[in-house]
Design a protein around this ligand. Sequence first.
Ligand SMILES: CCCCCCCC/C=C\CCCCCCCC(=O)SCCNC(=O)CCNC(=O)[C@H](O)C(C)(C)COP(=O)(O)OP(=O)(O)OC[C@H]1O[C@@H](n2cnc3c(N)ncnc32)[C@H](O)[C@@H]1OP(=O)(O)O
Length: 223
Amino acid sequence: MDFRIEDITPEEIDRRLAVVEPLTDSVRDLVDAVIRSQVSDDELQAAKATIDEVVASLRTRQRPGGFGTPYTREFIGMPWGNAAVGARNAIAPPLRVTRSAGLAECDMVLGAAYEGPGGCVHGGVAALMLDQLVGEAASTDGLPSFTGTLTVKYLRPTRLGALNARAEVTGREGRKTFVHATLSDDDGVTVEADAIMISPKGFELPTGDALPPPANSRADRDV
Ligand SMILES: CCCCCCCC/C=C\CCCCCCCC(=O)SCCNC(=O)CCNC(=O)[C@H](O)C(C)(C)COP(=O)(O)OP(=O)(O)OC[C@H]1O[C@@H](n2cnc3c(N)ncnc32)[C@H](O)[C@@H]1OP(=O)(O)O
């Protein structure tokens, strides 16, 4: 796993985020526009050519593999490629998770890119978001926890639109942390999940100090 240290200041993180977050939002917008566009075939083909040019320019310098999760020496996390919260990842639902002891929560608005059954959120997307939330809730004491078992119960269809996700630690037992999570719309809970999170054996923090929760964005770190 890539836990590399990148020795930059919080100001430099903010500067980088101020560049990449709007870019990621534009790519998200592009994804939504492609799904819902009703322009002609000629216009679609012209759009492809323009997009291919942009991709070629971005490919002139690429890192190998994934983005990884770099940390600063102060243990501010930069999981910017993360599929659920990555600041550079347009596939990620736009989640801004807030955390406190044993608790993680976020409001989000899901559009056409997250559809499963017509007009409703894909079950895998719901599970993705809840997986992230249980991971963040279990890790608020600083030690990372990985999902061992995630049990997801879909109570009723989740309409696309404004939603809330919430995860709360319900117990700890050795290296295991138990977490309950929900996804809700205005009418209440649509999906619930229970997770057994496991702290990896022998994992030691580089300094022996507890880590603060990792930051995903400027707004997140200000919490
Ligand atoms: C500079 C460094 C900074 C670091 C700071 C980090 C801060 C991080 C903060 C915030 C992060 C937020 C991140 C959110 C991420 C979202 C969540 C994900 O997507 S995670 C990816 C999906 N999950 C996997 O890929 C796991 C793959 N599996 C494994 O790696 C192992 O199987 C693992 C770690 C889960 C367990 O392996 P073992 O070798 O440690 O387990 P054994 O020693 O056999 O068991 C320990 C106890 O756990 C139970 N256990 C083991 N596996 C289990 C499982 N799969 N389900 C339930 N219980 C399990 C066992 O029964 C045992 O319990 P008994 O002590 O006997 O009571």
